[in-house]
Design a binder for this molecule. Structure first.
Ligand SMILES: CC(C)(COP(=O)(O)OP(=O)(O)OC[C@H]1O[C@@H](n2cnc3c(N)ncnc32)[C@H](O)[C@@H]1OP(=O)(O)O)[C@@H](O)C(=O)NCCC(=O)NCCSC(=O)/C=C/CCCCCCCCCCCCC(=O)O
Length: 718
């Protein structure tokens, strides 16, 4: 709703009230319509201020309402009516003015904000465009070039930037509402024509077409397959080239297409998933709301390889003190040069002042005795990690939280060698650890609520999307990746090339296909894990069946040929040299694949992109169902957030589990059955019991899966 009060000096104050972000629900829109009418009709009122309750102007349209029928007064005529009012209307912006909130402010005649306010039109991130006049009013106010940037990226900007761009008329460090009230009194009675943005011409650079074409090419490249950024550019083209009324028609038509698209539903689901995963809970009943984490001011990182260095930077950026330990002198010397530079760069990228002097480098594990939390980031080897954990248990105080950055080893085994297993929790970062948004917080069966809460809160402080997961090999993300990689290798055996597989996945929306990604990460990572698992190495029979199931030795053989990916200049592709970034098809790989097929009597067949996608993606999704069934992830949103934030799953496809729902669970089941029939020696293609149960239950929407999962759970970790 919206409240109305009349202040001394003939000012009407309209306050939006819809906690927590004053989203423009039907009730709020109705409240605005009614109160604006009241102000118009009241002869004693000469001017109006619109603000939001609790220091937040407005977080935009109520996204939850998009799922149902549109009720209440629509936004577009409401904002038009405000713009047409013949008494000055000022938006007093505190906290946020986002999406429809900023569009409402653009319909006002003046905008005044607090210096800490954030403004933006993030609709594109929800698969939409600013369809309450935003695509037509903003470019008329700040020019086409700046509007293209803000609307196609959806980025939030500070009040200072908004003032510079001309979105705001004034910024204050004091109370924005008080200033707006004083200001509006001072402009009462002045002409308003030039303040009505819809009546202005759109300032454009001389060569509008080439600018629009350039931006269109950029957005297509940046967000492959996403509809909304393209529609945003089209709407802005209309703003630049058509009268306002026709521009509004174009905006409405484009919105209608986007609004009903699967992409908008997927992106809105992704928005809420990100928030759902913050609300973790454990089988004991402990949860985000009833458990308190510790505030960490001093932490340590053990192991300064690529991951360890990134973790040190991520921690230091929060402002805490970090002891960075590496026992190999050469590695320590390199890290102590590299880490401060990384910190500087990342602080610059985030427009932060570099936290000064918070990192201490050491080669001595004894130096972590005073810290409150340790993150072990040594080589992915259980024996080594156990050794480090034993050492930490003897060096650290009894209350120190001990965390491991393992990407899939048993956290409970590590906990078992410490004095306080309850204080052991996994913190699985993704490379580069100071950049990537995802953190898997691995809750072992003995991890205490306090330990989980501390890791989750620390993740948030580092700007991560932290997802609590259960303790199983590979946890959630890597466990699902295994069948995906496996299928990609099998497809090569059967006749595909790395390019064909990668192109199908990139066309789907992944920034990189599986082979280009493996080259980037380093092929030796998986090789080492397979050796540890006894799947390859000296003495292992070189057949295509290992440990009772189909196995492809292709990636092992590529490594044995010294091709470890980008770092060696050769992998599944060739590069300009070691460290090269541009992947080119390599004749060696094609000859190698032909020889391999000949050796094993395999006849190459032509494989369609659809089969590549089905085999890779449905195998991954199937494992997701197994994970849900075993309670290693609390819900499909958790898996989807992990894949969107950590594995490059295209956000406009929601995540793997959401995608399964979009495709149709029945269809996914049918295709898995088909592929499993053709490849009975691949257990990962055997449809999960949970998938079968969901299909039998009428393929409910993803939000309802929990009801089926709970019935089906064999044991519970989350
Ligand atoms: C920065 C934030 C605002 C705050 O962040 P933070 O403080 O960290 O808090 P959060 O945890 O994020 O959020 C707290 C809770 O609030 C919920 N929330 C937040 N924003 C919204 C919202 N806009 N709507 C609903 N709920 C919201 C959030 O989920 C949390 O809830 P919970 O605790 O988890 O329960 C941050 O929240 C943020 O960034 N929010 C989103 C801002 C945003 O993206 N705004 C844009 C929204 S879209 C919009 O405004 C669109 C405008 C144009 C609409 C035009 C209307 C025309 C429609 C007609 C369509 C016609 C087609 C019909 C065709 C046909 O079928 O015929």
């Amino acid at each position: 709703m919206a409240t109305y009060s009349r202040l001394p000096g003939s000012v009407a104050l309209i306050t939006l009230q819809n906690p927590p972000v004053n989203a423009l629900s039907a009730a709020v829109r109705q409240g605005i319509v009614d109160t604006v009418q009241r102000a118009l009709k009241d002869p004693k009122v000469t001017s109006v201020v619109i603000c939001g309750q609790n220091g937040r102007f407005c977080g935009g349209a109520d996204i939850r309402e998009f799922a149902g029928p549109m009720l209440g007064p629509p936004l577009v005529p409401m904002i038009h009516a405000i713009e047409a009012v013949d008494k000055p209307v000022v938006a007093a912006i505190e906290g946020v003015a986002l999406g429809g909130g900023l569009e409402l402010a653009l319909g006002c005649h003046y905008r005044i904000a607090h210096s800490k306010a954030l403004l933006g039109l993030p609709e594109v991130t929800l698969g939409l465009l600013p369809a309450a006049g935003g695509t037509q009013r903003l470019p008329r106010l700040i020019g086409l070039t700046a509007a293209l940037d803000l609307i196609t990226t959806g980025r939030h900007i500070s009040a200072a930037e908004a003032l510079k761009l001309g979105i705001l008329d004034q910024v204050t460090d004091s109370n924005a509402v008080d200033l707006a009230v004083d200001f509006v009194r001072s402009v009462a009675g002045q002409p308003l024509d030039s303040r009505r943005l819809s009546t202005l011409a759109c300032p454009c650079p001389p060569d509008v077409d080439s600018l629009l074409d350039k931006v269109m090419a950029q957005v297509r490249q940046r967000s492959r397959g996403a509809l909304a950024p393209v529609a945003c550019v089209q709407a802005l083209r209309a703003a630049a080239t058509l009268p306002y009324t026709q521009g509004m028609e174009k905006e409405r038509d484009l919105m209608a297409t986007l609004f009903n698209s699967g992409q908008a539903r997927a992106l809105q689901y992704a928005f809420f998933s990100q928030r759902v995963v913050g609300k973790w809970s454990l089988p004991s009943g402990a949860n985000w709301n009833n458990s308190t984490g510790r505030t960490i001011s001093k932490a340590a990182v053990i192991g300064l390889g690529t991951m360890g260095r990134g973790i040190v930077v991520a921690l230091a950026l929060t402002g805490m003190s970090v002891v960075a330990v590496e026992t190999q002198e050469k590695q320590l010397a390199e890290a102590s040069q590299a880490v401060p530079a990384m910190l500087q760069r990342e602080a610059g990228r985030r427009s932060l002042a570099t936290p000064p002097g918070v990192i201490t480098f050491s080669s001595n594990l004894q130096d972590v005795s005073e810290v409150e939390l340790v993150i072990e980031a040594v080589f992915e080897n259980m024996a080594l990690k156990l050794q480090v954990f034993r050492h930490l248990a003897s060096v650290c105080g009894p209350g120190t939280l001990l965390c491991s950055n393992t990407s899939g080893l048993d956290m409970d085994q590590l906990a078992a060698v410490t004095k306080s297993p309850a204080l052991v929790v996994g913190m699985h970062f993704f490379a580069p650890a100071h950049v990537m948004k995802l953190l898997e917080v691995v809750c072992g069966p003995r991890s205490s609520p306090e330990a989980v809460a501390t890791a989750m809160q620390l993740g948030k402080r580092m700007g991560k999307v932290s997802v609590a997961v259960g303790n199983c090999p590979g946890f959630v993300g890597n466990r699902m990746l295994k069948p995906y990689l496996e299928q990609a290798n099998f497809l090569l055996e059967e006749g595909a090339t790395p390019q064909q597989v990668d192109e199908a996945l990139e066309e789907f929306g992944f920034p990189m296909g599986v082979f280009r990604m493996s080259d980037l990460s380093g092929l030796d990572v998986g090789w080492r894990i397979r050796k540890e698992a006894g799947l390859t190495g000296p003495g292992v029979e070189p057949s295509r069946t290992r440990q009772g199931r189909r196995y492809s030795p292709l990636p092992d053989q590529v490594c044995e040929a010294g091709r470890l990916g980008q770092k060696t200049g050769r992998g599944w592709y060739q590069y300009d040299g070691p460290g090269g970034r541009v992947a080119r098809s390599d004749p060696w790989v094609h000859i190698f694949l032909e020889a391999y097929r000949a050796q094993h009597g395999l006849v190459a067949r032509s494989i369609a992109p659809e089969e590549i996608l089905e085999r890779c993606l449905y195998a991954l999704i199937n494992e997701g169902f197994n994970i849900l069934q075993e309670a290693m992830a609390a819900g499909p949103e958790h898996i989807d957030a992990i894949y969107v934030f950590g594995y490059g799953w295209p956000r406009h496809r929601g995540g793997p589990m959401f995608h399964a729902g979009q495709v149709g669970l029945g269809r996914v089941l049918e295709r898995l059955e088909h592929h499993h029939h053709n490849h009975p020696d691949v257990p990962h293609l055997e449809p999960s019991t949970l998938l079968r149960r969901l299909v039998a239950g009428g393929s409910p929407p993803v939000q309802k899966w929990r009801e089926f999962i709970n019935k089906d759970r064999v044991h519970s970790q989350l």
